[in-house]
Ligand binder design. Structure first.
Ligand SMILES: Cc1cc2nc3c(=O)[nH]c(=O)nc-3n(C[C@H](O)[C@H](O)[C@H](O)COP(=O)(O)O)c2cc1C
Length: 224
């Protein structure tokens, strides 16, 4: 059975892959010679972010002229372990936070637990130039060690960041941040983080499995 031309999962967009019908009606891949699958179906390439699903949804704080703001960010990734520790994140001019980030070159990436899930979504659905989000969502802004942007006390962790490289900002709104300090709140009861699967669907952390003894090539990163 060949995959349907129209994406079944999302109902959007025609599939961009072509099949060739042979004389006996069978369909085969045109160049590779490999058989087609009866269980794989096409998925809309514009929605692959839902499959890749980066790390936990985070809150990003900024501060401009003493005014603190916070936004939600789902698109981010670790770029480099250390020396320096680098993280990439997408923050665009559609976010009010972009202005503060562009001016100060600083922010804090805060990792909320699942107990803050509704707030996290609501924070990402309003604008810092219209509302004081710390006040509205009852978040406690506390002083960071190195940057002017605040840590969020209710989050599981907060990472102080300074812009390291903005070469890809103009094209992709991708900022490379250096993590220059980090804080954790070990008193939070809810330790699970939330992961965006697109359009307001989230997965929460589940069971953990320990496969550290199989990480033979990466011992240097196992320090606990
Ligand atoms: C779950 C979720 C994930 C989001 N991820 C991003 C993101 O990765 N990058 C981005 O620029 N905006 C993202 N947003 C949108 C911003 O959070 C939103 O534009 C927010 O209102 C910006 O706040 P600000 O205008 O006060 O800066 C996301 C929103 C939600 C709800």
């Amino acid at each position: 059975m060949s995959p349907k031309r129209r994406n079944q999962a999302t109902g959007s967009g025609p599939a961009k892959r072509t099949k060739v019908s042979t004389d006996d009606g069978d369909e085969s891949e045109d160049e590779s010679g490999l058989p087609s699958s009866s269980v794989l179906r096409l998925y809309d390439q514009d929605k692959v972010y839902r499959l890749l699903e980066p790390g936990p949804v985070v809150l990003v704080t900024t501060s401009l002229n003493g005014v603190h703001n916070v936004m939600t960010m789902g698109f981010h990734m670790v770029v480099q372990h250390s020396e320096p520790a680098l993280v990439a994140g997408i923050i665009g001019p559609w976010d009010h936070s972009y202005k503060a980030l562009s001016k100060t070159k600083e922010c804090v990436i805060c990792i909320p637990g699942a107990d803050l899930a509704q707030k996290v979504v609501d924070i990402g659905n309003c604008k810092g130039d219209e509302v004081d989000k710390f006040d509205k969502f009852g978040l406690t802004a506390v002083r960071a060690g190195e940057v002017g942007a605040p840590l969020i006390e209710e989050c599981l962790a907060s990472i102080e960041c300074r812009v390291h490289d903005k070469a890809m900002e103009r094209k992709y709104h991708m900022w490379i941040f250096e993590a220059i300090g980090a804080w954790v709140n070990e008193e939070r009861e809810e330790k699970r983080t939330m992961h965006h699967k697109g359009i307001g669907n989230f997965a929460l952390d589940g069971e953990e499995i320990d496969l550290r003894d199989r990480m033979l090539l990466w011992k240097e990163y196992q320090d606990d």
